[in-house]
Design a protein around this ligand. Structure first.
Ligand code: SAM
Length: 308
């Protein structure tokens, strides 16, 4: 595994289809990936107030987990990613949607090469800035500003230090560095963390107006507008009325905290699944059931065989 740059890190992960799916969100199979893709897409669609004639950009599109859903509800979906192998998997997974709906290209810098100024109505970026140095986070925000039309909308997420479970997740990273040899470079794609105040500051310095920052979960979610259209305060007020769709629920956060405990060895997956309502009970159970099972199957030497 190369730790030298974003591209080699993610390209290595995506050297097989299953490796690519695992790298984007821990889904070990297509069915789990579809379920989590629909979950994340529902949030993005509401945050962006997606319209059928929208041209949409996804930065860090991975295998098209979310893009598959967005492309079916917009005029054009353009996915870009630093890893050519990810782009190739996305191309295969989305081939049935038609070439006029889907565009894909690999990036080689922190730059949206191949994307013209003011050419997109909407843009989004999920689980990508969490794997990036702050300099690149700001550079990409500037680029997103450049390629959005005036009044265009941006939605993204990031790890949230200001939430107790977000901080707990950060502590997991910190634990890896207790005996760290400073002569080695830290993994460039490691998890990184922010807080609402920093996100607002970055958005302002990239030229955006913040419409809404949802921060009551380990992932914070930001929605911003490029000036020149509807007022950000008006957009924010309207979206605030739809936070049930956009935001992570308290239940989602509760299950996420238990998954962290599972990954740290304090809980067994069978106990979490036993405590969880049935898969069809609610939208959170619908993704956690397959996701926990998929993690369990991959780690059967640790937790024993996963029952079907
Ligand atoms: C955790 S995955 C999330 C993929 C997708 N957004 C999703 O939610 O399914 C992170 C993605 O960001 C891409 N990525 C990482 N660093 C990047 C960078 N500097 N520029 C562009 N893409 C990057 C990776 O190749 C990978 O596909």
């Amino acid at each position: 595994m190369s730790f030298h740059n974003y591209q080699s890190f993610w390209n290595d992960k995506a050297s097989s289809v299953q490796g690519a799916m695992l790298a984007v969100d821990g889904s070990a199979d297509e069915a789990t990936l579809r379920a989590t893709g629909q979950y994340s897409a529902r949030q993005a669609i509401a945050a962006l107030e997606l319209q059928p004639d929208d041209h949409v950009l996804e930065l860090g599109c991975g295998v098209g987990r979310i893009g598959r859903e967005i492309a079916q509800r917009s005029a054009l979906w353009h996915g870009v990613d630093i890893a050519p192998n990810m782009v190739e998997v996305a191309r295969q997974r989305l081939a049935d949607l038609g070439e006029d709906k889907v565009r894909l290209n690999a990036l080689s810098r922190t730059r949206l090469d191949g994307c013209a100024d003011a050419s997109f109505d909407k843009a989004y970026c999920v689980a990508v800035f969490i794997h990036m140095d702050k300099e690149d986070f700001l550079l990409y925000l500037r680029e997103l500003y450049r390629v959005l039309k005036p009044g265009g909308r941006l939605y993204f997420d990031h790890w949230n230090l200001a939430h107790p479970v977000g901080f707990e997740r950060f502590e997991m990273e910190v634990a890896q560095y207790v005996d760290f040899d400073h002569s080695q470079r830290k993994d460039v794609a490691r998890n990184q963390f922010t807080c609402p105040e920093e996100v607002r500051l970055f958005l302002k310095h990239a030229g955006f107006e913040t419409a809404l920052v949802l921060a009551d979960a380990p992932f914070l979610q930001a929605i911003a507008v490029k000036p020149g259209g509807e007022d950000a305060a008006v957009v924010g007020k309207r979206l605030a009325a739809d936070t049930d769709t956009i935001a992570y629920s308290p239940e989602w956060t509760r299950w996420f905290e238990r998954v962290l405990a599972m990954l740290c060895g304090r809980e067994h997956p069978s106990q979490i699944l036993a405590d969880m309502p049935p898969r069809d009970a609610d939208k959170d159970a619908a993704i956690y059931h397959p996701w926990i099972r998929s993690l369990w199957r991959l780690n059967s030497e640790r937790w024993g065989p996963c029952p079907d």
